[in-house]
Write a protein of this length. Structure first.
Length: 126
């Protein structure tokens, strides 16, 4: 389920929850039960600036070999136990023919330090 609040036609905020069970029917019969709680926002200004972001808290209960390729696929790169993920995207029209996108993502599990990634994209329209 998801609850959304629209502040205006340009801004919204969401709170959501997802529950899923994944079972491997072959091999070692791995099993994942995942709870995901999160919040996200969207904002679009009149000055051609768009912001959106998300924060999620995962609770993963996994049975099987945690280091196997199957576990990596089922856990979607996360770890068993508690995990956090976050992201922020900034999009801006610099000129009529030039856009910039700035993307930042992070994740953290109980057993590892935070991992941060980011990118900048400059697009020209011909």
């Amino acid at each position: 389920p998801k609850i959304s609040y629209l502040f205006s036609k340009n801004a919204s905020w969401d709170v959501f929850y997802e529950y899923q069970i994944k079972d491997n029917q072959i091999g070692n019969l791995e099993n994942l039960t995942q709870n995901r709680f999160g919040t996200s926002f969207n904002f679009a200004s009149e000055k051609k600036l768009t912001l959106n972001g998300e924060f999620s808290l995962y609770q993963n209960k996994f049975s099987g070999d945690e280091l196997s390729p199957v576990a990596f696929q089922m856990l979607e790169g996360l770890q068993p136990g508690q995990n956090m993920t976050w992201r922020l995207l900034i999009q801006k029209n610099l000129t009529e023919f030039l856009d910039i996108n700035i993307n930042y993502q992070g994740r953290k599990s109980e057993t590892s330090q935070a991992i941060h990634t980011g990118s900048i994209q400059l697009r020209a329209f011909f």
